[in-house]
Design a protein around this ligand. Structure first.
Ligand code: PLP
Ligand code: TYF
Length: 396
């Protein structure tokens, strides 16, 4: 019955992680998968998360089914995180809990196909490989708009605007509000305003994917475009993830928000999303959302979380500065300014395939092709080793 099934192509990022785990080199460094590691190379259990979990344990709550869309408080908290105080006077936003940010993208894709008859989406060139997989898997044709020029390390902003300006009315455009994966290159606030103008002129349908809120410049700063678009009359979708900024990767926690133009439409959209969830996995898991609910509802825990997230962001920035300064001092031919200036967890370093192979096979330093470095894999114990290795593979 199943013998016709051919071997699948493994996910390149996951395969790299497996190769890293099997590597016995004592100084191996994982700069591949998008995970935050602390200064000792461990995935942190955030203190605020630990305290929230302790409170939950003490409450001895039963593990009942949640509503199909997840808890109402959690939805409100997601909206406040994404949009700030302005959301309080906005009645037409629907938010449902999802199985991670990936689940939000898939639910959004199903919604676009089944309820809006969309057959295409435009994503940045390049974008996270799983965007292609999720949208194509849902039945959408994936097109690209120009975004980043790897040779110069610059944003292709004019070309991006030109392409967006040429799209048909109602076309769906996937945008990363902050910490672009994989390039680490974000739009400035004036550039976002220019994009917003095109979205409005062309009446496009933006789908924002925010998986790294807090890792760029701060929670509010990173959602600048979401707060701006809320002031317009545009409809839009947002997928958000708590995998990185609350370090709840395995809890699979995220949300899908849909901004509608009336209360009645919002109620119907919510019904549509509930139908899609119900016939897919019925309702979301509860432990992760209870952790985040507890954490965000308590002023002390919330502030603790924000300060821990700030430390994570600052540690990444320190590593960017250390590595780029080391490369500059060593006379590297690599454009070290990219590593210093790009935002979030990733840098598109410009290292070529041959150099990546040398780093991997001579030094056991793992990056994702083509040249994406996950900065949190660096720490004070390995940054000199990585600097020396990159200098070695990039010196003329
Ligand atoms: N979107 C982007 C751009 C990502 O990089 C990720 C994770 O790496 C996600 C969405 C999904 O995150 P998760 O499904 O782990 O919550
Ligand atoms: O490194 C990245 O870009 C991601 C990381 O379920 C990741 O692919 C890993 C597992 C997962 C979602 C994202």
């Amino acid at each position: 019955m199943f013998n016709h099934i051919q071997p699948s192509v493994p996910d390149p990022i996951m395969s790299l992680m497996e190769a890293y785990m099997q590597d016995s080199h004592p100084q191996k460094v994982n700069l591949g998968i998008g995970l935050y590691y602390d200064h000792q190379g461990n995935i942190p259990l955030m203190r605020a998360v630990h305290l929230a979990e302790q409170r939950l344990l003490e409450q001895q709550r039963p593990h009942s089914y949640p509503p199909i869309e997840g808890s109402a408080l959690f939805a409100q908290q997601i909206q406040a995180l994404l949009f700030g105080d302005a959301i309080q006077s906005h009645q037409h936003m629907v938010t449902v809990q999802t199985v991670g940010g990936s689940g939000a993208l898939k639910l959004g894709a199903d919604f676009l196909c089944h309820y809006l008859s969309r057959r295409e989406i435009w994503v940045s060139d390049p974008t996270w490989a799983n965007h292609w997989a999720i949208f194509e898997g849902a039945g959408l044709k994936v097109n690209t708009y120009p975004y980043f020029d790897d040779a110069s390390g610059e944003l292709r902003f004019e070309a991006m605007l030109n392409t967006l300006s040429s799209l048909p009315e109602g076309a769906v455009v996937l945008l990363h509000p902050c910490c672009h994966n994989p390039t680490g290159t974000d739009l400035s606030q004036p550039q976002w305003r220019a994009v917003l103008e095109v979205l409005q002129q062309r009446r496009l349908l933006p789908f924002f994917d925010i998986a790294y809120q807090g890792f760029g410049d701060g929670l509010a700063e990173d959602s600048f475009i979401l707060r701006e678009i809320l002031k317009t009359d545009l409809d839009f979708l947002v997928s958000n993830s708590f995998s990185k900024n609350v370090a709840l990767y395995g809890q699979r926690l995220g949300g899908l928000s849909v901004c509608c133009n009336s209360l009645e439409t919002a109620a119907n959209v919510k019904g549509a999303l509930k139908t899609l969830i119900r016939r897919s996995y019925s309702c979301p898991p509860t432990h992760g959302s209870q952790i985040v609910e507890t954490l965000l509802a308590d002023e002390y825990l919330r502030q603790l979380w924000v300060s821990e997230l700030t430390n994570m962001r600052q540690r990444i920035k320190q590593m960017r500065v250390s590595l780029s300064a080391g490369l500059e001092q060593g006379g590297s031919t690599l454009d070290y300014r990219r590593i210093r200036d790009q935002k979030g967890m990733f840098s598109y370093t410009g290292l070529n395939e041959h150099q990546l192979s040398q780093l991997r096979h001579q030094y056991s330093i793992y990056l994702v092709a083509p040249g994406r470095m996950c900065l949190p894999g660096l720490n004070q114990h390995n940054v000199d080793y990585v600097t020396a290795a990159i200098l070695d593979v990039t010196l003329p």
